[in-house]
Design a protein around this ligand. Sequence first.
Ligand code: GDP
Ligand code: IMO
Ligand code: MG
Length: 427
Amino acid sequence: MPALVLLGAQWGDEGKGKATDLLGGSVDYVVRYQGGNNAGHTVVVGDQKYALHLLPSGILSPGCTPVIGNGVVVDPSVLLSELSGLNQRGVDTSKLLISGNAHIITPYNVTVDKVTERFLGKRKIGTTGRGIGPTYADKINRIGIRVQDLYDESILTQKVEAALEVKNQILTKLYNRRAIAVGQVVEELLGYAEKIEPYVADTVLILNQALDDDKVVLFEGGQGTLLDIDHGTYPFVTSSNPTAGGACTGSGVGPTKISRVIGILKAYTTRVGSGPFPTELFDEDGEALRRIGGERGVTTGRDRRCGWFDAVIARYATRVNGLTDFFLTKLDVLTGWDEIPVCVAYEIDGKRVEELPYSQTDFHHAKPIYEYLPGWHEDITKAKTFADLPKNAQNYVKALEEMSGAPISAIGVGPGRDETIEINSFL
Ligand code: GDP
Ligand code: IMO
Ligand code: MG
């Protein structure tokens, strides 16, 4: 059985955690391939609610092996506290595997993230402040610290020295901050080494052997397509590749092994942090979506910006990820409107544009062109099949499918595992 990728089709928070958890019971491995604890994935199992930041959502499914791939950035203190939090709630985390090639988010990366944002002022990205960008920057600059470095004190010290040489100049001379001591960082990192060691493994070998043995591997994306460093709304993006290609580079599994790419798509749109967002609402409808959808960040507690569904973005996500399916989430949140606007195209400088413009300036000028679909007022949270949905809700889903370019194979009608309508099986 080949591999599946499950990723965000918009700006994150589409419901990836719930979708992964739903499949978790039927897959052998769930792999995070990029990002770090900037993610906030909510999983609701019965009356229990879990917020996962770094760990793959598969950790909640007994029988499933959770994997942190080489493309992920790992904050060891967050890792250990997330593990102990789950252990206290009776979740067995002993199967977790962490790539020795994954990069470590060091305390100085977190500091640099925060001071850089402050320095940018009104041009700030609105990062989660978790050190994600600076850690990936160190990786690309070849001055990063990897998980495996925790097991060689001399190498670790040399690498921390190299990383801090320039950073301390910047911190003290540009940002007027105190220099960070090499010894202190090394000591803190070495303090994590023993606790993490049982999980460190050659995840590339293990995942490829698993695929050879017909095991099912699910890749769980963090963030979303429009936050991708290459394909997103740069510079208002995260510093990794949530898009489908990232699953290969971030895990060491080749593209020929991937058979299905599932885009998680919210029935409306949200965004956290700065950056363009054509369908954003500043009125009572936006407020209602935020309230009914519970649109508050799982990681930073910030209110999410809310807007209507944007089909231009959905089509773009289909294209750059080669999506085979969509999982449409939070349809229940739209219950109660007489009509629901859907953005079908943009108006840019007086012209109708059907596809996402490649120019950042054009995207900043894009105004949504709406079609108005009839709404519904019936409670849909108990619907188990597509036929259980009111006609107008069915038509809304069909219209979105037609506009978005891939079949909608599942529909979320509530946060719980069971509150899902399965149309086409993913496995
Ligand atoms: P992720 O980052 O993509 O995993 O998404 P988040 O967990 O940040 O945000 C999604 C939120 O919507 C969570 O609170 C989920 O419990 C919730 N959720 C997921 N699917 C549905 C759904 O179909 N209906 C409703 N009402 N809530 C959902
Ligand atoms: P999940 O996996 C929504 C946003 C931040 C900011 C930008 C860069 O829960 O969908 P970063 O800290 O990554 O350098 O911040 O990306 N961002 C997210 N927005 N959901 C997420 O993750 C996000 N992870 C990062 O708000 O705008
Ligand atoms: Mg989230």
